[in-house]
Design a binder for this molecule. Sequence first.
Ligand SMILES: NC(=O)c1ccc[n+]([C@@H]2O[C@H](COP(=O)([O-])OP(=O)(O)OC[C@H]3O[C@@H](n4cnc5c(N)ncnc54)[C@H](OP(=O)(O)O)[C@@H]3O)[C@@H](O)[C@H]2O)c1
Length: 353
Amino acid sequence: MCTVQEYTYLIFPMSKVLDRLNTFYHSLKNMKAIRVHKFGGPEVLKYETDVSIPKFGSSDILVNVKAVGINPVETYIRAGTYARKPQLPFTPGNDCAGIVEEVGSNVTDFKKGDRVYTTQTLTGAYAEFTISPSNKVHILHSGLSFAQGAALSTPYLTAYRALFIRGAGKPGETVLVHGASGGVGVAAVQFARSCGMLVLGTAGTPEGIEIVKKAGAHFAFNHRSTDYLEDIKKAIKEKAIDVIVENASHINLGKDLTLLAKGGRVAVVGSRGQVEINPRDTMAREASISGVMLSNSSEKEFKESYAAIWGGKEAGWLRPIIGKEFTLENACQAHADIISGGGALGKTVLTVS
Ligand SMILES: NC(=O)c1ccc[n+]([C@@H]2O[C@H](COP(=O)([O-])OP(=O)(O)OC[C@H]3O[C@@H](n4cnc5c(N)ncnc54)[C@H](OP(=O)(O)O)[C@@H]3O)[C@@H](O)[C@H]2O)c1
């Protein structure tokens, strides 16, 4: 004989009851978020204060967002020029750090109050609350701030993929991080330095050069100065470069090939247009050009990268450098700024209160 309560659980499992209660509870509250109702310029990022807190599933985590990492790709998606277009309206962003607010009934690895960062969201990161599948949520090391946590995902995962998985960088090799003052560049410099590579990095402003040095590059150059390629060659005593992590391939790919050692590799991370190359520059060197697309990573590769990020923090060399900070309300200014070419100073983040 069952009690009424036991009978209810039998026909309607407890986990489902809790999930339904969560959904009901959150449908009563609103949050602040950026919403995009049409594709276009930065002005289509609308700050709204009455957005429903999203509903989460049994394997998801509701995160109270404290800081958001802004990535250039989010400006392409917002403009509607990226290959993958989200359904309108949407809240942008995948990279954030914050505090676990609630967990779905099947989630056992996290609890309310944990400090976390996300590598993917289901409902967008530019918001007070976001939902992430639990396998895309990671404990934020106690030595990192929320802003630094928001700088981990896309930049460090992409840098790891470019440098080690696609670029096959090894200790003892020489790497040029072409565009080392931004999110991906700083991360690539830190990974490369930590594993015993000789690290050269570039930036486009004197302040950016300081960031590249602070990140740990042995040598830093200004990619806007006319003679910097000669300066690079002099710095490494006319030796050649084994790996180039290229953040501006539409400008540099042709020149990169002339800098490479025999068996050298260029990892194409960023490109905003076409460029002319001389294929002959690859021949005697047997050089390779490898495309990089973070979203192509396998689950095994992602796990490897997450472990490298955690290990880097434990060892002390992983130190995300935060550049410009904007409030959630000013997300449109952040988008205008990151794409302006005004000079990166580390990772651009939004703070959410
Ligand atoms: N393939 C992928 O999966 C993937 C993933 C993430 C990012 N990306 C792309 O990778 C690029 C970098 O991303 P991010 O997050 O690091 O952006 P970011 O923070 O805006 O940094 C951009 C970097 O590019 C540099 N740059 C500008 N002009 C350059 C030039 N002529 N030569 C060399 N570098 C130059 C900037 O230097 P200054 O500002 O100092 O001039 C800065 O270091 C973007 O195009 C982004 O879309 C691709």
